[in-house]
Design a protein around this ligand. Sequence first.
Ligand SMILES: [Zn+2]
Ligand SMILES: [Zn+2]
Length: 276
Amino acid sequence: MAGEGLDLKFWGTRGSLPTASPEHSEFGGCTMCVELRFGEAVIFFDAGSGLPFAGKELWAEGRRDFHIFFTHGHYDHIMGLPFFLPVYKPETRLTMWSGHLGPGGTTAEMVADFMRQPFFPVGPEVFKAKVEMRDFNAGDTLTPVEGLTMRTAMLNHPGGAVGYRVECAGKIIAMVFDTEHEPGQVDPVVLDLMRGADLVLYDSNFTDAEFDCFRTFGHSTWQEGIRLAKAAGAKRIAFVHHSTFRTDAELLEIETEAQRLFPGAFCARDFQVVSV
Ligand SMILES: [Zn+2]
Ligand SMILES: [Zn+2]
């Protein structure tokens, strides 16, 4: 992961529930976690079950400074946090951010609510790292690292979820992990995040054929992702938040069909690195 521009690594691309089976070996079964590397900064989007693998590797590489930007606190986006080993090392500096909770809700409360009995044996007081919890409001523009700007927006998801538009080194990446669309309507919020993006990561939990059955679950389809990417003039789109049940064979089929419609489309795989 080196280079002039932005490097992105998918540590977890599955939605809802981690999975492991011979039929999930190519794409992987870890839930959402994406790393963005910009200079010395390591920025994660979400702390799903892919995060522990990132923690092990990056610690060995000598990385000690981390940011985690949560899209929201659903289990598939936070479950890896207590297993992120750098958080048990005093040398680590970790800043966690969230902006989906609205007035009164804080990142610190979200983490404490997640790590507590009877659901979890210990609370966040076991962390040894220098941990900072930051709150923002969806809609804010953030500059967590010099030279890197993030625009944020609230997506259509039960309980809220934040979409991010990262602008850095002359490149644009849009992160739209959990969002539901209205069939026949282009979501203006998502369109705005994606406009002219070099790479879009989009909630492709369902297919158009499945979508009617799962309205209100808060997710979208890979076909809608392509419609949006075309409307927004985006260059590439990575499908993420794959359904737990989607097999390697099914994802390969989706990828082939998607590339006929939009050559810059692909199904993201766990541990895949993409240079933007
Ligand atoms: Zn999710
Ligand atoms: Zn969710």
